[in-house]
Design a protein around this ligand. Structure first.
Ligand code: MF3
Ligand code: CO
Ligand code: CO
Length: 271
């Protein structure tokens, strides 16, 4: 009895009690196709990210591209969210609601797209430069990309989920940045958000053990200033840094393979 209670608490503390789905080969194929389309959408919109364009215009282009390719945008109608993408400029951490904001030279911008293709979900986001970025902004963006890379490199059967967050937070902190802890990565594929939560700050050796066939996102949000976020009171979604300093994010959908991992949304070999 005591031993059971003890192991239950230990699992709870380490979040090991979560039921993480192992995807079948057929499901993996479906999620791979959806992930590919999400990545292609981010590539497609690249040419339109220019000074003078509004984020609402970008969202309309994204929606058309996704639908023209036989898919639907997962965010549309999700918990009352009305758009096909999240578009997060500068101090916006994530869940930026597309609006009349006009992009200007020097802005940094995150676009996050989740597709549903044949019932399967693929989720990815990346950063864009509008015109020429400052060295300050560029360093944040590049470091955030490195954080995702380092997190991905921890992924293999037998590793702990916490190893990912440990690698990410070590690198961010070493560069003087903070790691957002109010939003995290997530299991994905059959639903938009599945178990487990993927924390971007974590302790090595904690959390569930990774197994072949698991699929989840890694999507670190790294801030130039403080880690805390505030939610826009008017749209109820847009999350900004508490100090209005810059934030950056990259996201991939990751499959655990026999050998290690496959980034299903990294179709251009950027990583
Ligand atoms: N795509 C986001 C993620 O990476 C979730 C957006 S949910 C929304 O998890 F409702 F804000 F669109
Ligand atoms: Co995600
Ligand atoms: Co996303």
């Amino acid at each position: 009895m005591h031993r059971m209670l003890f192991s239950y608490l230990k699992r709870l503390i380490n979040k090991e009690s979560v039921a993480i789905k192992i995807k079948t080969p057929e499901q993996i194929e479906g999620i791979r196709d959806s992930s590919k389309l999400a990545a292609k959408t981010l590539k497609y919109v690249e040419d339109f990210v220019k000074p003078g364009v509004t984020t609402l215009e970008l969202d309309a282009l994204i929606e058309k591209f996704v639908r023209d390719n036989g898919a639907t945008p997962a965010t549309k109608g999700y918990r009352g969210y009305k758009h096909a993408s999240c578009i997060s400029p500068n101090e916006v951490v994530c869940h930026g609601v597309p609006n009349q904001y006009v992009l200007k030279d020097g802005d940094i911008l995150n676009i996050d797209v989740t597709t549903i293709l044949n019932g399967y979900f693929g989720d990815t986001c990346k950063m864009y430069y509008v015109g020429t970025p400052s060295d300050y902004a560029k360093k944040l963006v590049e470091t955030t990309k490195e954080c995702l890379c380092l997190g991905m490199e921890e992924c293999k059967p037998g590793a702990h989920l916490g190893d990912i967050g440990a690698a990410i937070s070590d690198h961010a902190h070493a560069n003087g940045y903070s790691v957002v802890y109010e939003f995290c990565g997530h299991g994905v594929g059959l639903k938009f958000h599945e178990e487990p939560d993927v924390q971007h700050i974590a302790k090595r050796g904690t959390g569930p053990v990774l197994k072949q066939g698991m699929i989840f996102t890694i999507e670190p949000m790294i801030n130039a200033g403080k880690a805390r976020c505030k939610i826009d009171r008017r749209d109820g979604w847009t999350a900004r840094t508490i100090d209005d300093k810059l934030s950056a994010q990259f996201e991939h959908t990751i499959l655990i393979t026999e050998e290690g991992f496959e980034a299903l949304t990294d179709v251009y070999g950027d990583f």
